[in-house]
Design a protein around this ligand. Structure first.
Ligand code: A3P
Length: 278
């Protein structure tokens, strides 16, 4: 149960998300130098944003520039539920260029101008079993957003597999973005598992994609600054940094759950050209 939950195009949203933005994507005025980081929740969004922010700041960690990462669709302060304190959409509108914007919105809820105005779009995806575990912990910890969710992991996994969680079905969300990346060659698609395996290349790919010519030392510095260990210590972001590994799902799924998941996964991913490591 989400406080004030509502649906649009078969997806679940909560009243902390601006409905007008989701229902009228065209009200977002994009700028050609915008950079959007779009993900399904719990896929390494904060990590990627931090890398991207530092790339845009040439590795200078202390600078205030680009420090604001408005969460496009959110409109309330989660603690007080006061919509005057945090409205990502209004903040985005007022932000100076170049903007770095985070969103979990599906392709269809973002303006088409995003794809025609030359904006940079970084899509990050993560294997859905680990996403389910991470999302479960998020539901448990974010009491203000999810009420007092008191189900166990197995209950949550059923909700997740039925697409009855915030932002809806993982498969629909990720496959729509994946298709979008195939149609628009100018989108950067990253996988969490690849970033874990070789974080330095992820930093270098982001820099290259955004057109920042950074030397090796700067790439190293950004990568190190964004390591799990360091991000876990950063007060502003530490709450989204939990375990940061590939394969934590093995500690949660029963054999039967895994088999059921694999059946759905194989069916939905077949022929898409997209696959994940577990
Ligand atoms: P876990 O809950 O599996 O640990 P998001 O930012 O999209 O909400 O994603 C959160 C997930 O990314 C969490 O996964 C979190 O631990 C992981 N994460 C955050 N920073 C990370 C980093 N620097 N390296 C690896 N994983 C990181």
């Amino acid at each position: 149960t989400l406080p004030g939950e509502w649906r649009h195009m078969d997806r679940l949203y909560s009243d902390s998300i601006r409905r007008d933005v989701v229902e009228n994507p065209e009200i977002l005025q994009v700028r050609s130098d915008d950079c959007f980081v779009v993900t399904y929740p719990k896929s390494g969004t904060t990590w990627t944003l931090e890398m991207t922010r530092l790339v845009m700041n040439y590795g200078v960690t202390s600078t205030k520039q680009h420090n604001i990462l408005p969460f496009l669709e959110l409109k309330v302060d989660k603690k007080s539920r006061d919509s005057t304190l945090y409205d990502g959409f209004s903040m985005t509108e007022k932000m100076e260029s170049s903007r770095l914007v985070k969103s979990h919105l599906p392709v269809g809820a973002l303006t088409k101008d995003l794809f025609t105005e030359g904006c940079k779009i970084i899509v990050v995806a993560r294997n859905p079993k680990d996403v389910a575990v991470s999302f479960y912990y998020f539901y448990k910890s974010e009491k203000e957003s999810f009420g007092d969710y008191d189900g166990d992991f197995h209950h949550f996994l059923r909700m997740f597999m039925n697409g009855k969680v915030l932002y809806g079905d993982w498969f629909t969300h990720v496959l729509e973005w994946w298709q979008c990346c195939r149609d628009n060659k100018n989108i950067l698609f990253l996988k969490y598992e690849d970033m874990k395996k070789d974080p330095r290349s992820a930093t270098a790919r982001i820099a290259d994609y955004l057109g920042y010519d950074l030397n090796d030392d700067v790439i190293d510095k950004i990568t190190e600054h964004c390591s799990f260990k360091n991000m876990k210590k950063a007060p502003a972001i530490e709450s989204t940094v939990r375990k940061g590994i590939v394969g934590d799902w093995k500690n949660y799924f029963t054999v039967a759950e895994n088999e059921a998941f694999e059946r759905i996964y194989n069916e939905k991913m077949k022929g898409t050209g997209l696959s994940f490591e577990w």
